[in-house]
Design a protein around this ligand. Structure first.
Ligand SMILES: Nc1ncnc2c1ncn2[C@@H]1O[C@H](COP(=O)(O)OP(=O)(O)OP(=O)(O)O)[C@@H](O)[C@H]1O
Length: 434
């Protein structure tokens, strides 16, 4: 279940040595490289925000509006070229440097020179020990980990400097993992997730209504956000309303807004979520929980783009793309007349299904690494023992990705000061034991 929210931006200037620091987001799966770059850049009065992959970097960009982005030549979740293209489109004024190319035809500036200087220093700090650039591989039980081609070998990158030129080049070892083409914030390399990413890319640029189906915790909201971010509406609000979380009596006013005195307790007029999403996207989670009477009003809005606040005679036009999600079989519900068939057809112009985690166990390791990386931003980054990882593969994950996230969080806490999460720390809730 997701909470209601309006995604906003937070900008908190940081002062280093009495000077307001500029912010750089550093996207790399290589913790060593990030650490060295952080040291160099902090010395140059840059505030560094680290991201272990493209999805995380996107979230950091959204939150901190940095002056620059440094991106590794390989990211675990996104194809770098495509990621860079999206960044240029979404943040045209931002300095973007790849650690492999350094110079991409953009004009030199003091800012850019500083970043290049930091890249050189980071390379010096690495010395000639190429093993230092290799991430520690985590073994996957072969019987279950085969799906992700080459996942057993960690990416190994060797940095070299073209002497006399301010450029850095990454050389790749033959053991390199093939980049996986998915989407911002959507970790997963399975065929099912790549197909989902393809559908999302196709539908994102249009204003088509999308119906996202999938079990609880599979990532339906993640998909909705990806569609929003890849659309021309990306700079506009992404508004979420969980239809199951608001009492029936209040849902209409929450969606459409209300005038002062429209009902008992309406002491002042209020904008509804649809209006708040003007220009952007409205994500209606758990649409199957919407009362039938309100479904009729929603259908009218979807068909003409007009709405009336509760208690108001005025009609207003808004430009909102609607994405709905459900874990219920809506078509079946429509057959049983507990959901309006006409609304179902209107919503399901473009249906997409997010597969259950047990149907794509080859994504388990990537997802686990992703969540351990995220937790590693708040406490020392922990690893799973082979036995702990095997235990993850034995489970059937009825709570899907969200359950995995919670199991790992619990495991990390239970492990206390130890850097490894053992099998005994991987505990499943009794009700969801697989
Ligand atoms: N592919 C993914 N990559 C990274 N994180 C994911 C992925 N899928 C889901 N998550 C994470 O798992 C959690 C649950 O995802 P989300 O809320 O999108 O699921 P949902 O299907 O909308 O759940 P519900 O049906 O309960 O509303 C979130 O914290 C989300 O960030």
């Amino acid at each position: 279940m997701v909470s209601e929210m309006i995604v906003g931006r937070d900008v908190a200037p940081v002062v280093i040595d009495g000077v307001v620091a500029r912010t750089v987001v550093l996207a790399s799966a290589d913790a060593g490289l990030r650490q060295r770059l952080r040291a160099s850049l902090t010395g140059l009065r840059w505030q560094v925000r680290e991201a272990g992959g493209g999805a995380e970097a996107m979230a950091q960009l959204d939150a901190s509006q940095p002056e620059a982005l440094l991106v590794d030549s390989w990211l675990p979740d996104l194809e770098v070229g495509e990621f860079a293209g999206q960044i240029r489109m979404l943040y045209p004024g931002m300095e973007l440097l790849r650690v492999d190319g350094g110079v991409d035809g953009a004009a030199r500036s003091p800012r850019r020179n500083e970043l290049l200087h930091a890249l050189r220093e980071a390379q010096d700090g690495a010395g000639n020990d190429t093993a230092a650039w290799a991430a520690a591989p985590v073994a996957v039980p072969r019987s279950v980990g085969r799906g992700y081609g080459g996942a057993q070998e960690a990416p190994r990158q060797v940095l070299s400097v073209l002497m006399g030129r301010e450029e850095l080049v990454w050389q790749e070892s033959p053991a390199r993992v093939q980049p996986v083409v998915t989407l911002p914030e959507m970790v997963g390399a399975s065929e099912a997730m790549q197909e989902l990413a393809r559908l999302i890319r196709l539908v994102a640029p249009r204003s088509t209504t999308v119906l996202i189906e999938g079990e609880t915790g599979t990532g339906k909201e993640v998909v909705a956000k990806a569609i929003h971010r890849l659309s021309e509406r990306a700079g506009k609000p992404f508004v979420v309303l969980n239809c199951a979380a608001i009492p029936e009596a209040l849902l209409e006013a929450e969606l459409f807004g209300h005038t002062r005195g429209a009902f008992t307790g309406a002491v002042q007029s209020r904008t509804g979520r649809i209006e708040a999403a003007h220009g952007g996207t409205l994500f209606l989670d758990e649409i199957g929980e919407m009362p039938l009477a309100l479904q009729a009003k929603m259908l009218r809005f979807l068909e003409c783009g007009e709405l009336q606040r509760v208690g108001d005679n005025e009609t207003m036009r808004v430009d909102v793309r609607v994405i709905a999600a459900t874990h219920q079989p809506l078509e079946q519900r429509a057959g049983e007349r507990t959901f309006r068939l006409d609304l179902y057809h209107r919503l399901a112009v473009f249906p997409v299904e997010v597969p259950a985690l047990r149907m794509r166990m080859e994504d388990l390791r990537l997802l686990a690494e992703h969540f351990l990386d995220l937790m590693g931003q708040e406490m020392p980054r922990k690893r799973l023992t082979i036995e702990a990882e095997a235990r993850l593969y034995e489970h059937s994950w009825p709570g899907n990705v969200r359950e995995l996230m919670h199991v790992l969080e619990r495991g990390a806490i239970l492990a206390g000061d130890r850097m490894e999460i053992g099998a005994e720390e991987i505990r499943f809730r009794r009700a969801t034991r697989g």
